[in-house]
Design a protein around this ligand. Structure first.
Ligand SMILES: Nc1ncnc2c1ncn2[C@@H]1O[C@H](COP(=O)(O)OP(=O)(O)OP(=O)(O)O)[C@@H](O)[C@H]1O
Ligand SMILES: [Mg+2]
Length: 446
């Protein structure tokens, strides 16, 4: 749809000229020769941009601007000023006008300004949208165990300080979730949250990714590029998997942490930034320091505030909460329930991949399960196998009261898979006769 532009100017000739010129550019134009009329139009219609005369007889342009900003704070407004009223135009910019143009102007000039303002406002809308998506992507942090309550408390404590935070913990424990929570609880919440995965890029690329580069800094640097630190200015930079950062880059990072400034690759200008740093690692950094792969001085710079994420196996009471959270997430219509045996298996398992592994297991089970109930056979083989290797948890499950029949069915299915559905082998493996096996298969509808 063509962008709609509202022109408010008491001079009919100006309205007419702009209407003609902008319609020709395929904008939809609506004009008003009175301030109040313009405000009414802005209330009732959805405009993409307003062109507003600063000096009008019925109502001062500044007043009109103030009202329009009340109706829609993100609507871009370009002010038209006469020579000698530039001070007022600057005042208008402070109230929220996007730009101003001085009379007399060429039509090409204002067309260019409109284009720029629309582009900017498009970008702003996209940023808003992405920010909402970011919120949705991470969702809320689930967990009622003491360990997770402690984490939630620490997040609130460190968020307000602006201090550097190091988040440690095994893979999949929610380090990234915590980093986002800290940003959201901080006073930088409306500023950028910029993530960099330090393990994903080779050294050269990582440097230009973090600090940017000048045109011609290296082959392929065909234009100047801002680095993540510059983009994150006034916001938060999230350095994911910092333990994997090449040692020579660590020295450069240390300087930014100490002095809050750097140069672009191939550049001489020193750039100052105001960024909050949050880093994560799933490596034992003390160990990395003793092996000479991580700088001790950088470690102390990062380790100002520390949050250690507990592995899921150490807070099994959170598992049912998480399971229900993920069921709701992946099955919003709530069409499938989880059987109590299946839930017991999930709480018995050790989850080496932590919450990510649990989340994947639930997502997969919902896809695999055709009926209305999620059962053990809907879980990945690895998960069930590891339960069998460590027989104790299975026994615990039995004690915890799931029926022997269900257990038997589960074991038969496992044995069938293991022996490629060869009934003779399965019977032998289970220590029962073949007719008994056939009877059981029929009984359980396998
Ligand atoms: N407390 C929680 N509540 C709900 N979902 C969570 C929680 N913690 C983590 N998750 C989800 O689990 C997944 C893994 O979390 P995240 O990426 O933060 O882990 P990580 O510690 O950064 O892992 P890695 O070290 O592998 O990068 C994500 O999809 C995240 O949304
Ligand atoms: Mg991560």
């Amino acid at each position: 749809m063509a962008p709609r532009i509202l022109v408010i100017d008491d001079e009919e000739k100006m309205c007419w000229a702009l209407d003609r010129a902008l319609s020709y550019e395929n904008y939809q134009v609506v004009t008003a020769t009175r301030g109040l009329q313009g405000i009414e139009l802005a209330k009732k219609n959805d405009f993409s941009l307003v062109i507003l005369d600063l000096k009008m007889p019925d109502m001062d342009g500044i007043e009109v601007l103030t009202e329009i900003k009340k109706i829609n704070p993100s609507l871009p407004v370009i002010m038209i000023t006469a020579h000698g009223t530039i001070d007022t135009a600057i005042e208008a910019m402070k109230i929220g006008a996007t730009d101003y143009i001085t009379k007399p102007f060429k039509l090409d000039e204002i067309k260019l300004q409109i284009k720029k303002s629309l582009h900017l406002s498009n970008l702003e809308n996209q940023v808003d949208f992405l920010r909402q998506e970011l919120g949705k992507k991470y969702g809320k942090m689930v967990g009622q165990s003491d360990a997770m309550k402690e984490v939630a408390f620490l997040i609130q404590q460190v968020a307000k300080t602006g201090a550097t935070v190091l988040i440690t913990g095994e893979s999949g424990t929610g380090k990234e979730v915590v980093a986002v929570e800290i940003h959201k609880a901080s006073n930088r919440v409306d500023k950028p949250f910029v993530a960099v995965n330090c393990a994903a890029l080779p050294e050269q690329l990582l440097e230009s990714e973090l600090f940017g580069h000048e045109k011609g800094a290296f082959t392929g640097a065909t234009s100047k590029k801002k680095g993540r630190f510059e983009i994150a200015d006034t916001g938060t930079i999230f350095l994911d998997e910092i333990g994997e950062m090449p040692i020579s880059m660590q020295a450069k990072l240390l300087r930014v942490l100490q002095e809050r400034c750097f140069e672009r690759v191939g550049g001489t200008e020193t750039i100052d930034v105001d960024v909050r740093v949050i880093a994560t690692t799933n490596l034992d950094l003390a160990n990395a320091i003793s092996h000479g792969t991580f700088r001790e001085d950088l470690y102390y710079r990062l380790n100002v505030m520390r949050i250690s994420m507990p592995p899921l196996r150490s807070r099994k009471e959170d598992i049912p909460l998480l399971v229900n959270h993920f069921l709701k997430k992946f099955d919003p219509s709530n069409s499938k329930k989880i059987s109590s045996v299946a839930m017991k298996i999930l709480t018995s398992y050790n989850w080496p991949g932590n919450i990510r592994e649990l989340q994947n297991a639930i997502e997969r089970a919902l896809i695999v399960c055709q009926g209305a109930e999620i059962k053990p056979e809907h879980f990945p083989k690895d998960l069930l196998n590891s339960l069998e290797e460590t027989t104790t948890p299975v026994l615990n499950i039995a004690e915890g009261g799931f029926s022997l029949e269900e257990m038997e069915k589960h074991l038969i299915i496992k044995a069938l898979e293991k022996h490629n559905y060869n009934q003779t082998k399965v019977a032998k493996y289970l220590g029962i006769s073949r007719p008994t096996l056939l009877y059981r298969l029929k009984k359980y509808g396998i």
